[in-house]
Design a protein around this ligand. Structure first.
Ligand code: 7TS
Length: 411
């Protein structure tokens, strides 16, 4: 039962919680449309970082003293907050990592240690490099085979082709929930069910989804779910790997060191239980605690309201952009959100990004760490506007006027 009524989503009010949004760049009010790269932080998270280092800083899981116990309690409370937010069955299924990249590398190394030559791993053509390269490294190391699900020009995965790739050789499907470049929302629930039907496990790269849509790992039935704190209004350098208990228990540790052991002798070392087995060394304690605060902040709202608002923003921007001559939207799936990527005939994305920046507008230009996707579209890069729930239609209007100006200067 819901105890607290949810806070109404009013993006103008929400903006007040984010001090970084209240600044000017080159004399213009900052318009921050680079949320796909990283999100801004609410005051509550900034205050929590300050409070941690001002009053609560100590190492965790080791001290008998008051501060160490306080820091340990807060660190473990953050784990519980996150477990609850993504509806994990057990709190110890939440492993703190450095971020999505680190989470995927953990699985590639640790789950990867259970794989053999000839085993197959499936990814898609729209993956971020961090969901490509760790698998290539594993394939080189072990002799596994990497298979790639093709996509349509509109930016949808070809589901039939995916099903054809699945076989008893498939050991893992690792797939992005939402594409950082196209905004496509992949049909992960269906994909997970198909993978399970052949006995394969599934990792969902949630770097671009947890801040935009509801995540229920039990309902999805994914085996792993990875995300980064900094994209979900928390600090950099902290992230999460969720994994099902039974699978995590089978996996050997990825890194050795303090805290991940039960007993060390020179003859033999035994490992700690979950989740500590995967958290060697002093972790990013402040990061984990403040990621918990970020999730608490986000939990004030109905995620469905956030989703609706961001979809409206993306559709609004999409329709206005289409009125420009020679502009092509990259990624036109009917199921997309929060991201609008585009190219304009005869103009390099970098030049557009630079002129937008001079007008106070932060967008990302380039390949967005999806070079195979750029090769597929035969483009060097795109201009990408990526939205968060604190963005407004008025900001999009300003962005469109700024774009008009930039194009006039460049043509
Ligand atoms: N997966 C996806 C889908 C991503 O979008 C990103 C980062 C990552 C993994 C890696 O996350 P990290 O926090 O470990 O670096 N994406 C972007 C982006 O679109 N612009 O900058 C970083």
């Amino acid at each position: 039962m819901e105890t607290n009524p949810k806070r109404k989503l009013n993006s103008r009010e929400v903006r007040e919680d984010f001090p970084a949004l209240r600044q000017t760049v080159y004399g213009k009010n900052l318009i921050y449309f680079d949320n796909g790269a990283t999100s801004q932080k609410p005051q509550s998270v900034i205050d929590a970082i300050n409070l941690y280092y001002t009053k609560n800083n100590a190492n965790i899981h080791r001290g008998v003293h008051h501060l160490s116990q306080k820091a340990t309690n807060e660190y473990e409370a953050a784990r519980a907050t996150i477990a609850q937010y993504i509806h994990a069955k057990h709190t110890h299924e939440i492993i703190f990592t450095k971020g999505t990249t680190d989470s995927i590398n953990l699985v590639a190394n640790s789950f990867g240690a259970l794989l053999q030559a000839g085993d197959e791993i499936i990814i898609s053509h729209m993956e971020h490099h961090s969901n490509i390269v760790p698998w290539q490294m594993l394939c080189e190391r072990v002799g596994c085979v990497l298979k790639v699900i093709p996509i349509s020009k509109k930016g949808d995965l070809l589901f039939d082709e995916y099903e054809k790739l699945l076989s008893s050789k498939t050991k893992l499907v690792s797939i992005t929930h939402i594409s950082n470049t196209l905004g496509t929302i992949n049909p992960i629930k269906k994909m997970i069910a198909s993978a399970h039907a052949v006995g394969a496990k599934v990792l969902i790269d949630g770097a671009q989804s947890i801040q935009h849509t509801k995540i229920d790992v039990q309902e999805l039935d994914c085996d792993f779910f990875a995300f980064s704190g900094h994209k979900v209004f928390g600090p950099t350098g902290i992230g999460v790997l969720y994994g099902k208990e039974a699978i995590l228990n089978k996996m050997p540790p990825y890194q050795g060191g303090g805290d991940m052991i039960a007993k060390v002798t020179f003859e033999k070392t035994t490992y700690n239980e979950l989740p500590f087995k995967f958290e060697a060394g002093t972790p990013h304690i402040a990061g984990a605690i403040c990621l918990g605060k970020a999730i608490e902040y986000l939990s004030q709202f109905n995620i469905e309201d956030i989703e609706r608002h961001e979809l409206e923003l993306a559709d609004y921007a999409h329709d206005l952009l289409l009125t420009f001559e020679g502009l092509h939207i990259v990624g036109e799936s009917k199921k997309k959100t929060s991201v609008v990527s585009f190219v304009i005939d005869g103009i390099h994305p970098f030049d557009l990004g630079t002129l937008l920046d001079k007008q106070g507008i932060a967008v990302r230009t380039g390949h967005h760490c999806t070079q195979p996707l750029m090769d597929f579209y035969r483009i060097p890069g795109t201009v990408r506007a990526s939205f968060a729930f604190y963005n407004t239609k008025q900001e999009i209007d300003t962005f469109i006027s700024a774009l008009e100006k930039a194009i006039t200067m460049l043509k």
